[in-house]
Design a protein around this ligand. Structure first.
Ligand SMILES: Cc1cc2nc3c(=O)[nH]c(=O)nc-3n(C[C@H](O)[C@H](O)[C@H](O)COP(=O)(O)OP(=O)(O)OC[C@H]3O[C@@H](n4cnc5c(N)ncnc54)[C@H](O)[C@@H]3O)c2cc1C
Length: 450
């Protein structure tokens, strides 16, 4: 039976809602009801590539500081759980065949170091002390970034990259983990402390005297002074239940997974990202056949990326390449471009030429994905809403797995009144009340999205 009272009701049991519940219990709040109309983690959070990184652009150091804190929390949880969610530290490997971009790698590494991502190391000679990343584990690894511009060194460590690769940028406080295991682990810990998971739909949020008073879940009213909107791609809809406009939009992002039976991607590879815009190398005949899809013939934006998935004798690889970034209305179930598998494979073949062999005979791939729910500047929301007792944890874009720990902790701290870290204001909705901040938005540069 659904409870009739709670200290906090959380709408959404994706990674954001679960992390909020978990961090509330760590801060002593255990009378929490976590509501979802779907099974936990099943809408967006289990569709992720599961990467994490402290590699984020400015302006300011808020994003890097928040991600560093999130990774600290993930590492702490990995240590105390015996690394049940298999966190690794392989890094992200950005590669280019463009000498101008190679120079930008150097600037980016130095800029990231200034923001707190860790030291920039340049490797321009064959005798350089570049240290490769281990396949498993995350302890005792360098942070910051390595820029390698010496061709022989690139070939020695990454022989599978295209021959014309002129530089790689290996960012180090980065890797991936099992998002499902992470989410389930936090959910179990939260439930052990008393959090109740309720299946149902949040239909209404009532207020009395200007503050939250109750949440209606599939016809049952739960009296509560606090609600957290963690509804993922539906946060704007849930925000409207409180009469609040949450300024987010959604982009559809998909990934493919298939058995790399030809061994195109080494199993120990880091996250591989090609940073140059490109045109897919269709033959003349293929180009004629694609006359109805001019979008596939044009130069496509960066950045095709991918990684090996699974340990042991797994051969699975994941590839992604979002070449349409228009905002869309979130609708379910999702549908995907039938050309997506072929495009991802051909795109990755630019970076790792061995993938070209799959273009001749496409493998059977599983395609899935979800919405990146984003603010204009791609910075998440974790804090109070302008109705007393209401909070938001969302707009996590393509970084919700990595940022959910810090976002959940921030929301819990706002609820309990704990001291907030210096980066907290950068993730509140109230940041848009500042005219100087609003004035920056039209000129915001790289948002760090992958
Ligand atoms: C292809 C792809 C690749 C990605 N790669 C990465 C990556 O490498 N690293 C990374 O960190 N992130 C990545 N992400 C992003 C990450 O997956 C998301 O940011 C994150 O999952 C968002 O979590 P969420 O909890 O906000 O939303 P969701 O997981 O969507 O959860 C929201 C929940 O709210 C529930 N809900 C909504 N409305 C209601 C209601 N009225 N009543 C009850 N329940 C409701 C929904 O049922 C849902 O379960 C990727 C995403 C995609 C799509």
């Amino acid at each position: 039976m659904a409870p009739t009272t709670a200290e906090v009701v959380i709408c959404g049991a994706g990674i954001a809602g679960i992390a909020t519940a978990y961090h509330l219990t760590r801060q002593g709040v255990t009378d929490v009801v976590l509501v979802d109309e779907r099974p936990p983690l099943s809408l967006t959070s289990d569709k992720s590539t599961e990467g994490y990184r402290n590699w984020w652009p400015g302006p300011g150091d808020a994003m890097v500081a928040a991600m560093n804190r999130s990774i600290d929390l993930l590492e702490e949880l990995a240590r105390e759980s015996g690394n049940v969610f298999r966190m690794n530290r392989r890094g992200y490997l950005f590669a280019t065949a463009d000498p101008a971009r190679a120079r930008r790698f150097v600037t980016a590494a130095e800029g990231a170091a200034a923001l707190g991502a860790g030291r920039a190391r340049m490797h321009a000679t064959g005798s350089s002390d570049y240290r490769p990343a281990p396949t498993d584990g995350f302890e005792d690894q360098p942070v910051g970034a390595d820029v390698i511009t010496e061709p022989a060194l690139i070939r020695r460590h990454f022989p599978y990259l295209a021959d014309d690769t002129v530089a790689v940028l290996h960012t180090r406080r980065c890797g991936w983990l099992s998002g499902q295991q992470l989410g389930m682990h936090m959910l179990e810990r939260a439930r052990d402390k008393g959090v109740r998971l309720v299946a149902g739909s949040v239909e209404k949020i009532a207020t009395a005297g200007g503050r939250v008073s109750a949440v209606t879940v599939s016809g049952t009213t739960i009296a509560t002074p606090r609600v957290v909107n963690a509804a993922g791609p539906l946060i704007a809809r849930v925000g409207r239940m409180l009469g609040i406009e949450i300024p987010v939009s959604c982009e559809l992002h998909a990934k493919i997974a298939f058995a790399d039976t030809l061994g195109a991607m080494p199993r120990e590879a880091p996250m591989l990202i090609w940073t140059d815009p490109m045109r897919v190398a269709w033959t003349d005949e293929e180009s004629r056949a694609l006359a109805s899809r001019p979008d596939l013939l044009e130069e496509t934006p960066p950045a095709v990326h991918g990684r090996p998935e699974g340990g042991g004798d797994s051969t699975i690889v994941l590839l992604l390449w979002t070449y349409h970034l228009d905002p869309v209305e979130p609708v379910f179930p999702l549908t995907f471009d039938p050309a997506y598998t072929e495009l991802c494979i051909r795109g990755m073949a630019r970076m790792v030429p061995a993938f070209a062999r799959y273009a001749e005979r496409l493998p059977r791939a599983v395609v899935d994905g979800g919405y990146y729910t984003k603010t204009r500047e791609n910075r998440f929301l974790a804090g109070p809403l302008p109705v007393e007792g209401a909070y938001v944890c969302g707009a996590l874009g393509g970084h919700g797995l990595m940022a959910s720990s810090v976002a959940g902790e921030l929301v819990a701290s706002h609820v309990t009144g704990r001291p907030l870290p210096p980066y907290a204001p950068a993730f509140t909705l109230a940041r848009y009340d500042d005219p100087a901040y609003r004035a920056q938005l039209p000129h915001w540069g790289d948002s760090g999205q992958l």
